[in-house]
Design a protein around this ligand. Structure first.
Ligand code: ADP
Length: 218
């Protein structure tokens, strides 16, 4: 089992590539953007809290995102709980580091997370509690002009509320200020691998697939 973070600016193609890799290598794909959009679509209390934040292109609070990741890890690493007591028993086993019955251990690809240094540190804490570790961080590098071109192209066809002119600019500012430092954080840890993502979807996918084969076989 491997845990891989797919890193990239808005428009770098993280979501597209993470989906392709998940299908090809049978990975669990955890996208915080998708999880948040699902909460908004359901109109859950959390969704109501984050809707306006996302529409402005601001980052959602670290605690909120971490709670979603933690919930998704529990669901994916222990299987769907049977009832409330099952959830309770399984959570206790995880907290106490005991093996959980019939535990399926898939490899996971994280998409759009961690997006701040604080989230990266929180992920380490969550992992250590679950006796997990991060195996690789893959950065999809795309230059700024190409990023802007792609987001506008997507905006023309998507119905995402945050794909409009003002919000796109703000998302890129948020990225520069809060997310780029995550790269340095992982560079120091020796986990970072960068690939060129400026070409076609299929070219980037070929590069990533070769890399994944190595990471998963290791
Ligand atoms: P993109 O990378 O194309 O902007 P995402 O789907 O990853 O798209 O994210 C959409 C929005 O969801 C972000 O602008 C932000 O408001 C919120 N979001 C997603 N992931 C995170 C995260 N890890 N931390 C904080 N906010 C997040």
């Amino acid at each position: 089992m491997k845990n891989i973070v797919l890193y990239g600016a808005p428009g770098a193609g993280k979501g597209t590539q993470a989906s392709l890799l998940a299908e090809k290598f049978n990975l669990v794909h955890l996208s915080t953007g998708e999880m948040l959009r699902a909460e908004v679509a359901q109109g859950s209390p959390l969704g109501l809290r984050v809707k306006a934040i996302m529409e402005r292109g601001d980052l959602v609070g670290d605690e909120v995102v971490l709670s979603l990741i933690d919930k998704a890890l529990t669901a994916n690493l222990t299987g769907e709980p049977l009832d409330e007591w099952d959830t309770h028993r399984r959570q206790r086993a995880i907290d106490e580091g005991r093996p959980v019955a019939e535990r399926i251990v898939p490899s996971i690809i994280f998409d759009g997370f961690p997006r701040t240094v604080q989230q990266a540190q929180m992920l380490e804490f969550v992992f250590s509690r679950r006796r997990m570790k991060l195996d690789a961080v893959i950065s999809i590098d795309v230059n700024r002009d190409e990023l802007i071109r792609r987001i506008h192209e997507r905006a023309a066809i998507s119905n995402r509320a945050d794909d409009n002119e003002a919000t796109i600019r703000h998302r890129l500012e948020e990225y520069e200020e809060k997310t780029r430092p995550v790269l340095d954080y992982y560079k120091v840890s020796g986990l970072l691998i960068s690939i060129d993502g400026g070409g076609e979807i299929s070219e980037t996918n070929t590069r990533l697939s070769t890399l994944m084969e190595h990471i998963l076989a290791d």
